[in-house]
Ligand binder design. Structure first.
Ligand code: SF4
Ligand code: SF4
Length: 297
């Protein structure tokens, strides 16, 4: 993973990503591909262009502005990555797209959005410290999320070292799939709160629904709770038919009984990833719709 991460969102004044008033930084890039992901724009570590059908007036300005001819006009054929429907279909060749953002600038209707911005560590620190007074008065701080923030450990180390000089509370939200040794060496001393996702206990099902086995995740969780210095909160997104089954929740409960953690949260299922997939020209994972019992029986 690149040492210069892309950030797809910076939310100031958040009340939902930890205690108090926080700024949450969402990184692009994730080693998992959870089929229910509500932030599919976070998965790929490159700039992407999202197109929002409900805002497009089909003026074709984007077609004229693209230096790569990545956007074209086709009145006849239907295409999986089409812009709109019926006569006047726009085609978006995402392989040709370099992410330059010229079409986004050209669109007067906010129908296109560039997803993924580079911030130097110095620039990010400057933005994060703008709300220092709010963090201090509310017991808040900064939360690094994603995607998977811990694929960017060297970058985060630079940022967190400076934030800690100012006694800022720092939280991370992680999938648990990260290099523990690197985390321990560079980042762990700066982190106050870890929100650790534990999604599916069954190893095969974990692979089926996320694209990775859960061995590394369980290993990292075990190490974190045994060498504990941070507040450790384990969380499970409650996805119907996938994580929110009796079998899975019971298995998680049994497993966590043996660990020393500070809390457990069940997160409400958020289906917004489906519309985001469409805006990014991606297929909605078929597996999202399937009942796991029928697959593994
Ligand atoms: S410039 Fe914007 S509104 Fe016009 S066709 Fe392109 S996306 Fe649609
Ligand atoms: S981001 Fe640049 S290359 Fe991609 S479609 Fe827009 S103008 Fe073309």
């Amino acid at each position: 993973m690149s040492s210069i991460p892309l950030i797809f969102d910076l939310v100031r004044g958040s009340f939902v990503d930890g205690p108090g008033i926080r700024t949450t930084v969402f990184f692009k890039g994730c080693p998992l591909r959870c089929v229910w992901c509500h932030n599919p724009e976070s998965q790929i570590h490159r700039t992407e262009i999202a197109w929002y059908a409900d805002k497009c007036v089909k003026c074709n300005t984007c077609i004229r502005s693209c230096p790569e001819n990545a956007i074209s006009y086709n009145s006849e054929s239907l295409h999986p990555s089409l812009f709109g429907e019926g006569p006047g279909v726009r085609l978006f060749n995402r392989e040709k797209c370099t992410g330059c953002g010229k079409c986004v600038e050209a669109c007067s209707f906010n129908a296109l959005k560039q997803i993924g911005t580079v911030y130097s560590p110095e620039k990010l620190i400057e933005i994060l410290l703008r709300d220092k007074a709010f963090y201090e008065s509310s017991g808040g701080g900064i939360t690094f999320s994603g995607g998977e923030p811990l694929v960017h450990i060297p970058y985060l180390e630079k940022v967190c070292r400076e934030l800690k000089k100012q006694s800022i509370n720092i939280a991370v939200q992680t999938s648990g799939f990260f290099n523990y040794k690197l985390f321990e060496q560079l980042l762990k001393p700066y982190i106050d709160i870890i929100y650790f996702d534990l999604k599916v206990m069954n190893r095969k099902k974990h692979y089926f629904y996320t694209g990775q086995y859960n061995d590394l995740i369980l290993e990292n969780l075990y190490k974190l709770q045994s060498e504990k210095r941070q507040t450790l909160i384990v969380r499970t997104p409650m996805v119907p038919e996938i994580t929110a089954t009796e079998e899975n929740t019971e298995a998680i409960k049994l497993y966590l009984k043996r660990l020393h953690i500070d809390g457990y949260e069940m997160l409400a299922y958020n289906p917004s990833g489906i519309n985001k997939c469409l805006a990014l020209g991606r297929d909605i994972p078929e597996r999202h719709k399937l009942n796991v019992e029928t697959i593994f029986s």
